[in-house]
Design a protein around this ligand. Sequence first.
Ligand SMILES: Nc1ncnc2c1ncn2[C@@H]1O[C@H](COP(=O)(O)OP(=O)(O)O)[C@@H](O)[C@H]1O
Ligand SMILES: [Mg+2]
Length: 279
Amino acid sequence: MNYISVQNVTFQYDEQNQDAKPVLDQISLEVKKGEFVAVLGHNGSGKSTVAKHLNAMLIPTSGKVLIDGMDTADEKLTFDIRRKVGLVLQNPDNQLVASIVEEDVAFGPENLGIPSDEIRERVDEALKAVDMYDHRKNAPHKLSGGQKQRVAIAGIIAMRPDCIVLDEPTAMLDPKGRQEVLDTILKLNRENGITIVMITHYMEEAVLADRVFVLDNGRMLTQGKPDEVFSQVELLKKHRLDVPQATELCHKLRSWGVAIKKLPLSEEACVSLLKEVLG
Ligand SMILES: Nc1ncnc2c1ncn2[C@@H]1O[C@H](COP(=O)(O)OP(=O)(O)O)[C@@H](O)[C@H]1O
Ligand SMILES: [Mg+2]
């Protein structure tokens, strides 16, 4: 069964202004339990608006969003939905509230009314999962960007969600911080079975997902496995979206007559393919 089901969702921030072009226009997407999906798109294409629909911060103007079968439009279910789907935002500074790392991570479960010995257990477990346990007594503001974002993720994990939605979690980080956060996300998906929806504008991150959704101007431009999506080089370029460098290089070689059957997504795949083709 689909864990997340977004069905024909249209959304307008200003519902009075019916004539305005909707921010989301008939968007549908499905995510299975345990999947890792990426959502790509330009600034303003509606990615954050989609993210906010997944934990009932926004409700569709028309269409439906179901989380584990629960309709986000049903106010009685809002609390349960927010426990199941945690949202991590772009800027870690806006998400850290306490002056000590472990207190910050405890904040979410405290608000859920979890007993204190269980909170202790959850906080330790969450900090270990993001590899920040050794920093548990530190002050969040002294951490690097990547470390702060991992603490923010730990704060979500401590609420034991089924699914984490991350809205451009690496956008404000340096390459090292980006890699740390990405490794953490992959580990949570593969080892802890947490369903992941990651919004990003880095192609190199999107190729790691099981499936990719591409938004353009509030509409779903294309979706599929990374190789299916990124092999549509012309379509993506037409909409001013990039493809991974390795894919683009081989696409160009192919247009010059080099016999390339399947476009590669990574540098490694590109190198071995070119060795094969060019002998
Ligand atoms: N709170 C808001 N009120 C009105 N318009 C908004 C609001 N938030 C976003 N928008 C508009 O909705 C569109 C999509 O924004 P957003 O979902 O933030 O896109 P993305 O995350 O892909 O950059 C943009 O045109 C943006 O200006
Ligand atoms: Mg955004």
